[in-house]
Design a protein around this ligand. Structure first.
Ligand code: SF4
Length: 329
């Protein structure tokens, strides 16, 4: 059976963009692959962002990322779910790969160039980010990596790192492949200016109260063709139409399509019609999150158990690497 690996960033409040773009798929893959689905909250990766230098904030974000993933259905009884820094072999393997990866391969990474371009002082860890990512994946000999398209270059580098190691030390690692969820969705931000993203401040959080969500939706832009209430519009050219596709049932979708294209409904009514679907989807997650927050040891115990299971896979593989590279004596 293929082995799935994915790293989850502990970057503050997770949004509906994270849910529909990745987390929903993690749950689905977890149902399909069980213990062969390995999910790790990558707190060591977070260090490449100066925001992670605040120790309490990093701890809180790591906990919140775990809690939110569990709240939306990731079941630590079914999959392996843990925190990266709890399995020390990640950094050990990362160092071995760092020594063997040409600097030029890292400097040409598009994400590095984008992120480094806006920094005055570039942490070396930012350059090494994809090497640590390769170590995360190869430490479990994972071969199936669910990612967004922005990670394609990093997965290609992981394949090169595996190939280089295999060529030098003999066949050890699989060359993992990226899989793009067919139903992973690119969710627009509430400002209508492109993808929902924390850095743009245009998110709806999974755990956000409904009145706060409504306060963001009410002034949100709609199809610019609807200048007046009597102008017809097109839900396919409107972010509220996009949100309906994520949250609403078929009857509501039919109603807003007809109402919008014939100017039968106004945009405020259309936005109000979105709220029941949002409530139906998010409130069960929020209830579950509140339960977990009231019993934080449930989350901590699950992560500790997950780290144990992860180590049971990682340690023999790391031992094999030590023996092959001459580090074992
Ligand atoms: Fe958008 Fe709805 Fe207004 Fe149509 S009626 S433009 S889908 S908000």
């Amino acid at each position: 059976m293929p082995r799935v690996f994915s790293g989850i960033q502990p970057t503050g409040e997770l949004s509906i963009g994270n849910y529909f773009g990745a987390m929903q798929n993690y749950v689905k893959l977890g149902e399909q692959y069980g213990r062969e689905a390995i999910y790790c909250i990558v707190d060591l990766h977070a260090f490449t962002n100066p925001a992670a230098y605040d120790k309490d904030l990093l701890t809180q974000r790591t906990f919140d990322a775990a809690l939110t993933n569990m709240a939306v259905g990731l079941d630590p009884e079914k999959v392996i779910f843990f925190v990266q820094s709890h399995v020390r072999e990640h950094t050990e393997l990362s160092w071995i790969f760092t020594t063997q990866t040409p600097l030029g391969d890292l400097e040409r990474m598009t994400q590095f160039k984008d992120k480094a371009g806006v920094l005055e002082s570039i942490p070396a860890g930012l350059l090494m980010y994809p090497v640590l990512m390769a170590a995360d994946i190869l430490l479990y000999k994972a071969d199936t990596i669910p990612v967004g398209e922005d990670q394609t270059q990093h997965i290609e580098l992981t394949r090169e790192i595996a190939r280089r190691f295999n060529h030098t030390y003999g066949d050890t690692f699989p060359e993992p492949k990226a899989v793009y969820a067919r139903d992973a969705l690119r969710v627009p931000g509430v400002d209508g200016a492109g993808k929902m993203s924390k850095s743009k401040g245009n998110t709806i959080a999974i755990l956000e109260p409904l009145d706060s969500i409504w306060a963001k939706l009410r002034p949100a832009p709609t199809d610019p063709a609807r200048v007046r209430r009597t102008d017809p519009g097109n839900p396919d050219k409107c972010l509220i139409g996009d949100y309906h596709k994520l949250f609403s049932d078929l009857d509501t979708l039919d109603m807003i399509r007809t109402g919008c294209t014939t100017a039968g409904i106004g945009c405020v009514d259309c936005k109000k019609a979105l709220m029941p679907g949002i409530e139906r989807t998010l409130v069960p997650f929020q209830d579950r999150a509140a339960e977990l927050r009231a019993h934080p040891d449930t989350v901590r115990d699950a992560l500790a158990h997950g780290a144990q299971q992860a180590r049971a896979i990682a340690q023999p593989i790391m031992q094999e690497v030590r023996e092959k590279t001459g580090l074992f004596f």
